[in-house]
Design a protein around this ligand. Structure first.
Ligand code: PRP
Ligand code: HPA
Length: 176
């Protein structure tokens, strides 16, 4: 493990039995609250994408907003929120996605992306990949050129990375 990975792993809090028994929740609020770990994570997320014409960073609600805002600032790009249904005020595109129990829907404003724009997608964590897959569908519906999907944490046993890669999306994660 690199020293960066070690530092990020140490900064992430593990909460047993949250949100239900048997689940180990990876809580990034401790990483966000640690000035050095937060800066190093954002620096590492953006470094391949500086100066290559990225137009927008798209962040997935909720923790993707925090990371994505910092990344967009650092890359001098715009920021696009991808939100759970009913939260965005203007005309949206909407897509359904599966949760462990049932389905939900995610939305993005129709005018948030100009067709052909290069976009980086970001969230804190990829598990099944269902949430990120829905975001990819929304972005592609609007004609985005998705350069990569970035996550601080991969849960590799669950297979989300492979799901996105099968859609032709480059996936970048910092710790597994
Ligand atoms: C978590 C996480 C990702 C998603 C990953 O968000 O922040 O968005 O789950 O899971 P998946 O790869 O299996 O789709 P959550 O649904 O808990 O929503 P929140 O950010 O609003 O808390
Ligand atoms: N942390 C945050 N989001 C998640 C997790 C987790 O451990 N598992 C699935 N979504």
């Amino acid at each position: 493990m690199s020293s960066l990975e070690q530092e990020l792993v140490a900064a992430i809090r593990n909460i047993p039995d949250y949100p239900k028994p048997g689940v180990m929740f990876r809580d990034i609020t401790t990483l966000l609250g640690n000035p050095r770990a937060f800066r190093r994570a954002v620096d590492e997320l953006v470094h391949p994408y500086a100066g290559i014409g990225i137009a927008k960073v798209a962040g997935i609600e909720a923790r993707g907003f925090i990371l994505g805002g910092a990344m967009a600032h650092q890359l001098s790009t715009g920021f696009v929120p991808i939100r759970k249904k009913g939260k965005l005020p203007h005309e949206t595109v909407r897509v359904a996605y599966s949760l462990e129990y049932g389905v939900d829907e995610m939305e993005m404003h129709k005018d948030a992306i100009t067709p052909g724009e290069k976009v980086i997608l970001v969230d804190d964590l990829i598990a099944t990949g269902g949430t990120a897959e829905a975001a990819v569908k929304l972005l592609r519906q609007m004609g985005a050129d998705i350069v990569a999907a970035c996550f601080v944490i991969d849960l590799p046993d669950i297979g989300g990375r492979r799901k996105l890669e099968a859609l032709g999306v480059e996936v970048r994660t910092l710790v597994a």
